[in-house]
Write a new protein. Structure first.
Length: 318
């Protein structure tokens, strides 16, 4: 008996602009295609709700694991998104109001019976950097504030801190500030918009220079057993591949597994099927749920089909 192929929608930034060798969304789409799923592609501008019903201009998509011409799109057609089996929400930050409105729209597809990965309400609740405050026992000393005075006091307490905006990605606007730095006040002004928005400060963890910033992938609550360690480039403090950090594969440590054991089950319960934890030394620094990456690099190092593990979890939900 033949059954209809599963239908997968993907909401993402323009696929023509990705870097295919390191794009986790492409890895997911290649896996879906290998499983015989039909893929429907869309960007945020393709979505609309009319009288409460979510519609989209979707385009059939075929993908190739190639350095050029990795995608081929059909002509667009309009369809109700609730008719899809699964939608991957893979739009990159910024996590701004447009992102939040998109999750509200996609929630209409969830209510029509479609599985959205990751769950829309949890994309809003699990606010990447800020969500670490629910796991303070896993994190370095951390401050979230608008107050430049609080930032100054935190710097005085710890001697060396990292400050960053709550909504950034890819290493943008991350500053390391050391006690006595004549630029510290202007950095605190910049990062908080002179006290008009919240920002994060964390105690600086020196292990980043040797051990790097480890990305641990959590699939349906369980950690993939190897981490992607991103070692900052010489003269830089940021463990982000987007700004030139070097990648290495590492086995998870006992402490890594303990952190995953704390965070993983909570994410699973919230319908976060795919997440990326950032760990420096012994400390959790970020919980990434919007469009975490690392699949392609880890698949290269270890040869495992990580996207396959994710789709096993998705199929189990269906």
């Amino acid at each position: 008996m033949s059954h209809k192929p599963r239908r997968l929608g993907v909401v993402m930034d323009p696929i023509g602009d990705i870097k295919p060798a390191k794009d986790s969304t492409l890895a997911m789409l290649l896996e879906a295609q290998a499983r015989g799923w039909e893929i429907r592609y869309m960007e945020q501008a393709d979505l609309w709700v009319k009288d409460g019903h979510l519609q989209a201009r979707t385009r059939g998509l075929r993908v190739r694991d190639a350095a050029d011409q990795w995608s081929e799109l059909d002509e667009p057609r309009s369809e109700p998104l609730g008719s899809l089996d699964v939608i991957l929400m893979r739009k990159d930050p910024p996590f701004d109001m447009e992102y939040i409105y998109t999750t509200y729209l996609l929630e209409r597809a969830e209510e029509a019976g479609c599985l959205v990965v990751n769950r829309t309400g949890s994309l809003r609740d699990v606010s990447e950097k800020a969500y670490t405050m629910w796991f303070a026992d896993c994190c370095p000393p951390t401050l979230i504030t608008r107050s430049m005075g609080e930032m100054r006091a935190f710097l005085a307490d710890h001697g060396s801190i990292v400050v960053k905006p709550l909504d950034g990605m890819g290493g943008r606007s991350i500053f390391v500030v050391r006690a006595g730095d004549p630029n510290s006040n202007v950095i605190f002004e910049t990062i908080t918009g002179s006290g008009s928005h919240f920002a994060m400060a964390q105690k600086y963890i020196p292990e980043i220079t040797e051990g790097g910033d480890k990305r641990i992938l959590i699939i349906d609550g369980e950690p993939y057993p190897h981490a992607l360690a991103r070692i900052p480039a010489p003269g830089d403090n940021r463990g982000n591949l987007a700004v030139g950090a070097r990648a290495e594969g590492r086995d998870l440590t006992e402490r890594d597994r303990w952190i995953c054991g704390r965070v993983g089950p909570v994410l699973k319960e919230k319908g976060i099927i795919f997440a990326g934890l950032d760990v420096i030394g012994d400390y959790l620094t970020e919980i990434n749920v919007t469009s975490p990456t690392g699949i392609r690099e880890l698949q290269k190092f270890y040869g495992d089909n990580i996207a396959g593990l994710m789709f096993d979890a998705i199929e189990a939900r269906l």
